[in-house]
Structures are given as C-alpha cells and as structure tokens.
Design a protein around this ligand. Structure first.
Ligand SMILES: CC(C)=CCC/C(C)=C/CC/C(C)=C/CC/C(C)=C/COC[C@H](O)COP(=O)(O)O
Ligand SMILES: CC(C)=CCC/C(C)=C/CC/C(C)=C/CC/C(C)=C/COP(=O)(O)OP(=O)(O)O
Ligand SMILES: [Mg+2]
Length: 281
C-alpha cells in the first residue's frame, strides 16, 4: 500500500467518517453539511493518526517498525507536514459546515479536535489514563460533531448517547493497547497505566468499562433510538465484548492483549452494523 495512504490508517478514518453516517441515518437526512462532516472526520482522524506516528517515531521503531515513518518510507519532516495538511483540510471542512448552516459550533469542534489530537500525540499520550480518555473522548466526540453538523436538537441528544458508548468502549480498548505496547512505551519513558501500576489493575478497569458498555447498550432500543434489529445484531457484539473482557482478566500477556484489542475493534464494527440495521427497522 502507498505509505501516504497506509499512514492515515484508512480503516480507522473510514470508521470515523461512518460514525457521521450513523447519526445521519437516525435523522434520515443526507445533506451537504453531513457530507462535509464525514470528510472533516476522515481528515481529522487521519491527521491524528499521522501526527501520532510522527511523535511516536522512537516507540514505533520497537513496537511497530513496519510503519511508514520508522521504516523510512516517509521521512519525519514529510510526515509532520502531511499531518499539518490533513488538519488544515479538516478545519476548512469544519468552517464550510458552519458557514452553510450559520452555526459556528461545528467549526469550533474541529478547531478543538485539531488542538486535542495534536496535544495527544505530543504529550497527553504519555500521561497515565489521560491519554486513553483523550482518544476515547475524541472518538465519541465524532458522533457529537455529526449531531451538531445536522443541527437538529433531537439528533444532538442522540449523538451524545452514541458518543458515550463509543467513548467508553474506545477508552477500554486504549487501556488494552497500552498493556500490549508496554515494552515499547517503557523505552520512551511513557507513563502509561500498565507501566505505573502493572498490567492487572488496568486489565480490570478495561473489563469493567467493557461490561458497563455492554450492559447499558440495550438502552438504545429501550429509548426507541433503534428498532428491534439493533438488539439482534448488537447481541453478537456484546458476546464478543464480554469474551474479550474475560480474556484480558485471565491474562495480560502481550499476545492476549493484541487479540483482545482486535476483538474489540471487530465488536465495534458489529456495533456499527447494529446501528445501521437499528436505524432501518
Ligand atoms: C456497546 C456499544 C454500543 C459500543 C459502541 C462502540 C462503538 C460504536 C465505537 C465506535 C468507534 C469509532 C467511531 C472508531 C472510529 C475511529 C477509531 C478507530 C478511533 C480510535 O482509534 C484509536 C486507536 O488507538 C487506533 O489504533 P488501531 O485501531 O490499533 O490502529
Ligand atoms: C470531533 C472531530 C471533528 C473528529 C474526531 C476524530 C476522531 C474520530 C478521533 C478519534 C481518536 C483518534 C483517531 C486518535 C488518533 C491518535 C491515535 C492513533 C491514537 C492511538 O495511538 P497510540 O496510542 O500511539 O497507539 P498506536 O499508535 O500503537 O495505535
Ligand atoms: Mg502511536
């Protein structure tokens, strides 16, 4: 794959863009602001990933040497400038949404995302739990950004609901990823939770977050945000989430953490499908 595409982590960027569609599906609208919001989140998620790899150069030489920057396929300078360009493109999209809708909250949200995603990569990532909460919050905030871009009060409230679930599950996955990356993070002096208090307690915290999200997700049906098909499909995601929670409680070995991280990502994708089916029936 072209390194300038690979470094975007296009799968994640697409997931971020799809989170906007999921909100728009509930409102059953597709508009220029919605399309611009999808593009904005794609660019902001991509920018966050690129600037993250720029600052993670030393860690990734150990943890992920095959990535574009540590492998030398993209120079540090080009990686930095590429990240800045993506932030600029996302910001322009945010400005256009606000200009079209005459509502300056979306533009404000994108400017906030520019700052937070840069700060995460530059420093927040190495602070215990704050880094995990930052990524979780920004992931959930993508849904809220979609709600404000549609600018319908009912949808804004629903987007907050969806954002909460994304926030909790992504935070849990970030903690699991820190357990997986503990060796590389140690070389960079990162103060992640597993480095500070060992792997067991972070594993318990991640499992609690996963179980909370899984226990509360039927509320999206109970409050009529999604129809009955949502319940049928989300059941498969919940089974995978619960299985992941049990796995990480039983063992915090790197390969188990990697497997749990992958399972949680798959569960998130199944949750996306549940949201889509739940919006239709
Ligand atoms: C129980 C329930 C309803 C859960 C909902 C979970 C849900 C829908 C989560 C949404 C996640 C989302 C919108 C992700 C978008 C982009 C993304 C993957 C953001 C976080 O990525 C950061 C991560 O560290 C990237 O690492 P990797 O995936 O290993 O490249
Ligand atoms: C609210 C708006 C306008 C956009 C939201 C944009 C979204 C969805 C952001 C989600 C959070 C995100 C993509 C963060 C990027 C930084 C990142 C890749 C975090 C994980 O990096 P590390 O902790 O270094 O782990 P790895 O690099 O090993 O994956
Ligand atoms: Mg990184």
């Amino acid at each position: 794959m072209n390194p300038y595409i690979e470094i975007l982590r296009p799968g994640n960027a697409l997931m971020g863009a799809i989170s906007i569609i999921l909100v728009a599906l509930i409102d059953k609208t597709i508009s220029i602001p919605v399309i611009l919001a999808m593009i904005a989140v794609f660019f902001e998620t991509s920018a966050g990933n690129v600037i993250n790899d720029y600052f993670d150069y030393k860690i990734d030489l150990i943890n992920k040497p095959e990535r574009p920057i540590p492998s030398g396929r993209i120079s540090l300078k080009n990686g930095r400038n590429y990240g800045y360009s993506l932030f600029a493109a996302g910001t322009v999209c945010g400005f256009l949404i606000s200009y079209i809708t005459n509502n300056w909250i979306p533009f404000g949200i994108v400017l906030f995302a520019d700052i937070i995603l840069y700060l995460y990569a530059y420093t927040l990532k190495t602070t215990p739990l704050i880094g995990n909460l930052t990524v979780g919050f920004m992931t959930g905030f993508g849904f809220v950004f979609g709600g404000f871009s549609i600018n319908n009060p009912n949808i804004i409230i629903t987007s907050l609901f969806l954002g909460f679930f994304a926030f909790v599950m992504t935070t849990a996955r970030e903690i699991v990823k820190d357990i997986e990356d503990i060796e590389g993070d140690k070389t960079d002096g990162a103060k992640t939770l597993p480095i500070l208090i060992g792997e067991k307690k972070p594993a318990i915290l991640a499992a609690i977050l996963i179980i909370i999200d899984s226990a509360l997700c039927p509320l999206l049906y109970y409050y009529h945000i999604f129809g009955i098909l949502y319940l049928v499909v989300i059941a498969f995601a919940v089974m995978l989430f619960i299985y992941s929670a049990i796995l990480i409680l039983k063992s915090q070995k790197r390969e188990i953490a990697a497997k749990v991280s992958k399972n949680l990502k798959i569960g998130m994708l199944i949750a996306f499908v549940a949201f889509i089916f739940g919006s239709l029936i």
